[in-house]
Every structure is written in C-alpha cells, then in structure tokens.
Design a protein around this ligand. Sequence first.
Ligand code: MN
Length: 393
Amino acid sequence: MRECWRWFGPLDRITLPQIAQTGASGIVTALHDIPAGEVWPRAAIDARRALIDTAGLGLHWAVVESLPVHDRIKRGEGDLAPLFANYRTSLENLAAAGIETVCYNFMTVIDWVRTDHDLPMRGGALALGFSTARMAAFERHMLGRDIGSDYPPEAIAQGDAWFAASSQADRQALLGRIMAGLPGSYDRFSVAGLRAELARYEGQTKDRLRSNLGRFLDEVIPTAERLGMRLCIHPDDPPRPVFGLARIVSTEEDLDWIISRADSPANGLTFCSGALGASRANDLGRIARRFAAKVHFLHLRSVATADDGSFHEAAHLEGEADLPDLVAIFLHEEARRRAEGRSDADLPFRPDHGHEMLSDIGAGAHPGYPLIGRLRGLAELRGVIAATRLGQG
Ligand SMILES: [Mn+2]
C-alpha cells in the first residue's frame, strides 16, 4: 500500500518537506485554481508535477483528487459535448504526465457537509462532526425548506429547540461551517445564494442523476481505458440526502449500480471508510470484500455514529470502522493483483482527515486536514499495515 498525503498545492500551509517528514511518498493533489469544466493544460500539469518531483524529497504525484465534474453534467443540462471533450482532454494531458489514478465525485451543490469543525476530544484535540439536529434546524429555519421526514422526529425537535435558543452569531457560524464544503473556492454561499443554487436541482431525482452519471461514464470511460487510467468515484459525504438533494453514491447498491454500468478496469471506486461508514446500513468489510477488485484508491478513517444519524470523526483506530480488517482485505487484494502481474498492485491510500491536535490548533489548516492529526493517523495505519503483512506472510 502506497502511503499518500493530500496536498492542496503551493497555497497549502503544509509544505512538501513537512509531508516528506511524515514518511508519505505519494502526493494527492489537484489544480484547484482551474474552474470545473475547463481543460487542465499540459503545461499546468507539468508545472505542478515538477514542483513535487524536483523538491528532491522522494515524492511523486500519485493521484488526482479531484478532477471535478461540471454541475451541468450532473444536471444533464444543455449541450454537454464540449464539457465531455474537455474532461477527456484533461485525462489525456494527465496520462501524458504519467498520472494514472483520478478521483472524482458526483455530489451536487456541495462536496461534503459538517455542522461542527471543532468538537472537543480528549485533552483538547478537535474533530469534525455532523449533527442531524442542527442540520435539520438549518434546513428548516434558515433555508426555509419543508424537510418532511428527511430527519428523525427527535432530531427535528432538538433542532427546533437549538434554533429557538440560538443567537444570530450561532446561526452565522453554523452557516459558515456547513458551507465550508463548497468545492473549489472560498466564496461562501449566503442562504439566498444556496436557495437559488438548490432551485437548479429541482426535479433531479435519483433516477435522473443516475442517468446523468451513466452518460458521463459512457463519455469518458473508453478514453480512460485506452489511456490505461483508473477513474475512481468518491462516495457521498455524508451518505444521506442533504438539502433534499438526491444521492447516488451512498450505499452498497449504489456502488453495484456504478460498477455494473460500465464494465471496464477504468471504472472504479475510491473506498472511503469514513464517508461510507457514516451510515450504519453500510457494512464496510462486506463492501470492501465485494468491490476490492474495483478499488483504485483508499481513504482510511473512522467515524462514531449516533442513533439519530449524527456522527463525529473518531481517531483512526477508534470509532466504528475496523481499519485493521480493511487493511487485511486490501493487502490480500494487492497480493492477488501481484500474482496476476498487474501494474496497479500497489494501492494508494491516504489518512483521510485527522483531529486538529497539538501544534495544529490555531495553525489554520483546511478543516480535516491538519498536519499532526493526519501524521498520527498515517503512523498508526503504517503500523497496522506492517503487522498485517507479517501475519499474512
Ligand atoms: Mn474520503
């Protein structure tokens, strides 16, 4: 398993020499400054790769996360031929630079959602979390949505009580934390802006969203396959509807639909134990065993869930995900690939998120991406991997 680290590029406060000190060798990054839908030019890809290669640190660009899918493709809106052509050109440019693994997602409007960025853990570390009560309060009282039975009745009642007691500052802070998951920019939607954006997805049912993903796969998978690339879709985070938006990458059945939709080695999955693990209906071990052959990239972390669907991000070896079991499954898969002489037998993985802790506090990392918290996760996983390898002989 190839130890990787997500780096947000030259503007990331965490530097390549710091990443080298964590022991990771693979860099996971993207050209975040290029708007979704535009071509990633060969020169820009080469410049990013050169930054990583020429640092003399033994690092290489292992995975693109993410090559974003334009919202119009997700909505199936208008003439999409130029957008599909641009995506294929970006894949060709990445392949020419030697990059083979490309992560993407099919979440609409917002990439990930948390209501809390600073839940106190033991000794003062801070974790990300999702409260169904406060999400229900936000949707019902700030967004003005009819949330019907989207959330459990007790969560809705708790959310009503939270809202009634909240100050204007509490509400603004909640809006800021929820909107932090907006992709690609630091513009935060206002409530009015979010409402307008959501209106563009009215009538976008699960079936329609699936057919739009199917069309995307039809358009790009043959090119990826010809280039020897591996696309890997990231699950919805959290794996439940938010803002009433349809979700199609949340369950085992969803993953089966995606894999069955295009039978190609280029059509694969990012196995994110944290995103999938936030739903108790997902049996992580079962999903990992079932789809191991289609997994091209691993995000390893663990969450602790509550009865009402709330969760928080636990330390990597705590919470409910059995990461040692998942590591064993994927080491086994690597051995199987190696026996077949495959070139993709070294699976890239990264510690996906970590607590803000020690010198992370106040250091201003991206939410979920602090230096020390992820270093702790990576080091623990490295130990698990080494011990499991010994056990598997
Ligand atoms: Mn993930």
